[in-house]
Design a protein around this ligand. Structure first.
Ligand code: ADP
Length: 694
């Protein structure tokens, strides 16, 4: 079931397994980076927005303070002309921002309102704490004080001035989460022109400017596009994006801990934040998350004179610009859409590229595999075409082709060697048969002859001598055979030694021919000798040369029943030496003169197909045909080896069966008679055996 998988499938699965996750991880990281960038950009703009809001708020309260300061110095106020004051206040309020709701002048002594721009003063407006806040200094430096208080939205002016002792806006708790609005109450003590201590207090109520209030509109709340969160120095919420939290302490917020953490870290720290979820906090108890940018501003209700620049713990307000996380990441949806399409596109492209790649890579391998299988199944394939698209595969195909060719040639060589070995074995068997026959024949002759003589079967002494003579001949023949075997083994062992000397070739040839004379006469063959008239001097071992010539002439006589045998000597350049590449040395060698002895017969001839093998030991052309002539098949092998040791050559040639044989022997001519060109050019003179004998 889990057998080997094809290369194509492995390649495809591996590439896809690797590339698809990498692609998806890459996309995820890109998404994460885009999200982080969007959040960081939103955060930066929120910080700027918070800074602007803080500045606006400080400016607003400074304006109120300045206006109150100017108003209390107005002559209508200081002279106690209360009707004039009211007119002045009405004019002033028109110049002030819309969020300023009411200006009135109140007697410090009894709290009676002496001039007023509004009909009613909200009951929630706190009582002016005259003991605590009454200035002790001389006019006009009496301090202007700003208080913060909360009242239900739009109700600040509903009732008249009410004396509500102990109603401290900062510390009062708000039981219900009914919507509250943040108000500022400004108290500017007024010292009459001739007075030394303040007798009135100019009071002014203003709602938190609209840009710092959060719209109650549900849609904009959902968007939270840059809403405001303001907390004063005591962490009381003055403005919050969601209704119902104004006037509460920050720690009542659901995401308080997170908010504290965020307001304590710097902007740079925020930017470095890798975990995006930690840059947001929960606005309410639900899943609604917001991202904030915050600044800390000096408490704007305190005048700059009240602050101590050297004191680091001056009271501070926190102003935050808040945006809905969803809104901040609004653009991410579009980016995600593009990325999703991109991923699909990349996956498709990756798949197509992988398919093409696996096809290109797998095809050559599949083809090489098929090719190898065909070879294994002995289906002799054509040479593998090296036309793949990939260069390395072309090289591989070329190498495979070359290897297969080499293997084929080795296989052929092996097969030939095996054939040769078989043939050699067969030859050895034939040789053993032949040699035992060859040994038995003379041995039987010797035994038979000797027994006849020993047992007295001979009629007379002459017959006895005849048998003894035959026994002697047979013994000599036996000796020759044994000598042959010894010689070939010596030659093969490399222990034959040459004793070369300057000899006349004609003399040696004549000796060899004479040894065969008896046989020639017996067969009534015609013997033609053409040995020339002058000496043919060669530098050779005479006994070894004689041995060769006896074997060659002996073969000619042995294998010829009728006809003639011609033996000739010529002096000429070699015709048997293989032609070598031209070089000066070789040319000299080629042009050197040789004594060429040619022994030609009209005997049984040789099948041209076996010419080359005859010089191998134990080879006889055909056991059945040649055995009747006797012999061991060693003569030609011994002759060639001996001649090569004397720098000579031998060749055997025949036109075919029963068409005679010519054996040619070449021996380098000794330098002593190289100068006898007459011999080389002279026409061979045919002479009969009788002539040479004479
Ligand atoms: P052998 O002792 O058998 O003559 P050789 O080596 O001299 O051994 O010869 C090998 C074989 O070559 C012979 O058996 C014979 O078949 C063939 N041969 C050699 N000389 C001749 C020739 N003159 N005519 C025909 N066959 C020859």
């Amino acid at each position: 079931m889990f057998g080997p998988i094809s290369f194509r499938r492995i390649l495809l699965s591996r590439i896809l397994l690797l590339s698809v996750p990498v692609l998806l991880i890459g996309q995820f990281l890109t998404y994460r980076q885009v999200r982080l960038s969007l959040l960081a950009a939103t955060h930066d703009s929120l910080v700027q927005s918070a800074q602007r809001k803080g500045d606006d708020l400080s400016r607003f309260l400074t304006t109120l303070r300045l206006s109150a300061s100017v108003a209390r110095e107005a002559s209508a106020v200081t002279t106690g002309n209360f009707a004039g004051s009211e007119v002045f206040f009405n004019r002033l309020i028109q110049q002030l921002p819309d969020s300023v709701e009411c200006i009135w002048l109140e007697s410090i002594a009894d709290g009676q309102v002496v001039a007023n721009t509004c009909e009613m003063i909200d009951a929630s407006v706190p009582t002016y704490e005259k003991e605590a806040n009454s200035p002790t200094s001389d006019r006009p430096e009496a301090a202007i004080e700003i208080q913060t208080f909360f009242a239900p939205m739009g109700e600040a002016m509903r009732s008249g001035v009410a004396d509500r002792p102990g109603a401290n806006p900062i510390t009062q708790t708000i039981e219900s989460k009914a919507e509250q609005a943040t108000y500022f109450l400004l108290n500017a003590p007024v010292t009459p022109q001739n007075g030394t201590a303040p007798r009135y207090v100019l009071r002014l109520t203003a709602q938190l400017p609209p840009e710092h209030r959060n719209n109650d509109d549900t849609a904009s709340l959902n968007l939270l596009s840059d809403a405001t969160l303001i907390a004063d120095a005591a962490d009381t919420i003055l403005s919050y994006p969601i209704a119902g939290y104004v006037g509460h302490h920050l720690n009542e917020l659901p995401g308080y801990d997170r908010l504290v953490q965020l307001t304590e870290e710097s902007s740079a720290e925020f930017a470095q934040r890798a975990i995006l979820s930690s840059s947001v906090f929960n606005l309410d108890n639900q899943t609604r998350q917001a991202i904030i940018g915050h600044v800390r501003i000096p408490d704007p209700t305190l005048s700059p004179n009240d602050r101590d620049p050297s004191n680091a713990s001056n009271p501070e307000w926190v102003v935050m610009a808040v945006a809905d996380l969803e809104f901040a990441l609004n653009n991410l949806a579009g980016v995600c859409g593009v990325m999703f399409n991109l991923v699909l596109l990349l996956l498709a492209a990756n798949l197509v590229a992988t398919l093409f790649l696996t096809r290109d890579l797998a095809r050559p391998i599949e083809r090489l595999g098929r090719y190898a299988r065909n070879i294994e199944c002995n289906v002799t394939p054509e040479a593998l075409p090296a036309r793949f698209a990939i260069e390395e595969f072309n090289q591989l195909a070329a190498v495979m082709n070359a290897s297969i060719e080499r293997l084929k040639s080795w296989a052929n060589e092996l097969s030939a060697a095996w054939q040769n070995a078989r043939q050699a074995n067969q030859l050895k068997n034939e040789f053993l048969t032949t040699i035992s026959h060859e040994l038995r024949t003379p041995l039987n002759g010797i035994i038979g002859s000797l027994r006849l003589v020993r047992d007295g079967f001979c009629e007379d002494r002459e017959e006895e001598l005849d048998f003894l003579h035959r026994a002697d001949d047979s013994a000599l023949h036996l000796l020759t055979i044994i000598d042959d075997i010894l010689d070939i083994s010596k030659i093969e062992a490399g222990t034959v030694t040459m004793v070369p000397e300057l000899i006349d070739l004609r003399k040696v040839v004549l000796e060899a021919v004479e040894l065969q004379q008896h046989e020639v006469d017996t067969k009534a063959l015609e013997l033609n000798l053409s040995l020339g008239e002058s000496n043919v001097m060669v530098y050779a071992d005479p006994s070894k040369l004689r041995r060769v010539l006896v074997n060659i002439v002996g073969n000619a006589v042995k294998f010829t029943e009728v006809g003639q045998i011609s033996v000739s000597i010529q002096v000429r350049p070699s015709t048997l030496r293989p032609s070598l590449p031209s070089s000066t040395d070789e040319q000299i060698k080629q042009s050197a003169l040789y004594a060429a002895i040619e022994v030609q017969d009209t005997g049984i001839g040789i099948d041209p197909r076996v010419h080359g093998k005859l010089f191998e030991p134990f080879v006889m052309v055909d056991g059945t045909t040649t055995r009747k002539f006797g012999g061991t098949g060693l003569g030609l092998a011994i002759s060639r080896n001996l001649l090569e040791m004397m720098d000579g050559q031998i060749a055997i040639d025949s036109l075919g069966l029963n068409r005679g044989t010519t054996v040619t022997i070449e021996i380098p001519l000794s330098k002593t008679n190289v100068h006898e060109p007459a011999l080389a050019s002279s026409a061979p003179r045919h002479e009969t055996a009788s002539e040479s004998d004479s």
